[in-house]
Design a protein around this ligand. Structure first.
Ligand SMILES: [Zn+2]
Length: 386
């Protein structure tokens, strides 16, 4: 990753040396103020990575933006035509909203409904799903399970006209064409539908003679508005595993170390030397992330979109400040010197993304199970903190 900021740092404590530890990974830190990304584990649903050379506020912003600003689609409105099961309409609608739907390419392949000119949802801002099931009590069964696999995509109104080789090209705007071109063929399909080994999500249980008939409208949204739009089930980071910075205080009864076991990431840091005085100027420099996707979007895409969104948001702040103050910092002192000021980010060289698994994780490190319940160990951060 190239640096997006090349100016002098106000908190210029040197990066903590973490390389060359026995049993650990030799993490290249690069120059101070040059962000470095080390991907330790990456597949479609999970990733562990280290981010170095950034400040705590940036690290936390990245976590928040991945969790709450990356768009997905989720069922937002349900029209009940029939529901004779004991489960109330509201409860069933709520359960439907929480079903993860495949949202690959939704950032460019679907419009926010607020930006669309239609009245009640159309092909360009909505995916329609139908659920129509009834149970006659065949085979001696007493009830039937209604699951997310029974949701069927149906065409939304206002879709693109079929191609006509003999007539003029269809009358579409550039924005419409972009959405058609970026539309994923699986957009809106419930995650895991038809995949062997992936159990479907139970929506309701149905007795003999009962039926459900409903139409769902799935819209694009972000988790700032409702958690059902979050692409991640888990995203957290920790830092300063030995609590050298004393950002937190460990309450304990008799033995602090026994009651606050170290995180599995502690192997990447140097243990504290009790004879060293406390360093008041030290700042955290390496952050250990864990992200787990609900599979609506591959987790790699969530991280990439999160980084892009962060830059977009920061650019928005810069523009707002410039508008308010009338001062353009780039023009003022960075016009001739390319080393000063904000420069265009370049993610083409993000290390590690191209070669997941290139770094071998030592035994026991990176296990989600092992991390469970240990977030309080030396970092003072709750994974739920926002
Ligand atoms: Zn629309």
């Amino acid at each position: 990753m190239n640096g997006y900021y090349n100016g002098p740092s106000t908190s210029s404590a040197p990066a903590q040396p973490v390389g060359g530890l026995p049993g650990g990974i030799d993490v290249p830190l690069g120059q101070t103020n040059q962000p470095r990304l080390l991907v330790r584990n990456l597949n479609n649903t999970e990733t562990n990575f280290h981010l170095s050379g950034v400040e705590l506020a940036y690290a936390n912003s990245l976590r928040r933006v991945m969790m709450a600003d990356v768009p997905t689609i989720a069922i937002d409105q349900v029209l009940f035509l029939q529901n004779t099961t004991p489960i109330p309409d509201e409860m069933l609608a709520h359960r439907l909203g929480l079903v993860p739907l495949i949202s690959k390419g939704v950032a460019k392949g679907l419009r926010y409904t607020r930006d669309c000119e239609c009245d009640e949802g159309c092909y360009y801002c909505m995916v329609t799903l139908k659920l129509k099931v009834s149970f006659r009590g065949a085979d001696g069964e007493k009830f039937m399970r209604v699951t997310s696999d029974m949701l069927e995509i149906s065409p939304s109104p206002g879709g693109p006209p079929p191609p006509n080789p003999y007539g003029p090209p269809p009358d579409l705007t550039d924005d419409d064409r972009q959405i058609i071109n970026n539309r994923d063929s699986e957009l809106g399909v419930p995650v895991g539908k038809g995949q062997p080994g992936v159990p479907p999500i139970l929506l309701a249980k149905m007795g003999q003679g009962q039926e459900i008939d409903l139409v769902c409208k799935a819209y694009k949204g972000i988790a700032k508005h409702h958690a059902k739009w979050s692409p991640l089930s888990t995203v957290a980071f920790e830092y300063d595993l030995y609590n050298k910075l004393r950002h937190t205080t460990h309450w304990f009864e008799t033995d602090e170390r026994a009651e606050w076991p170290l995180s599995s990431n502690a192997v990447f840091e140097t243990p504290p030397d009790p004879s060293e005085p406390f360093d008041y100027n030290a700042v955290p420099s390496t952050f250990y992330y864990t992200a787990e996707s609900v599979n609506s979007i591959p987790v790699r895409s969530v991280v990439e979109q999160g980084l892009d969104l962060l830059i977009e948001n920061l650019a928005g702040v810069i523009l707002a400040v410039q508008k308010e103050t009338g001062v353009d910092e780039d023009e003022e002192d960075g016009g001739e010197n390319g080393d000063v000021g904000v420069v265009e980010p370049d993610f083409s060289g993000v290390d590690g993304y191209g070669a997941p698994g290139g770094y071998g994780a030592p035994g026991g490190v990176g296990s989600f199970g092992a991390n469970g319940g240990q977030w309080g160990a030396g970092n003072g951060m709750s994974p739920l903190r926002r």
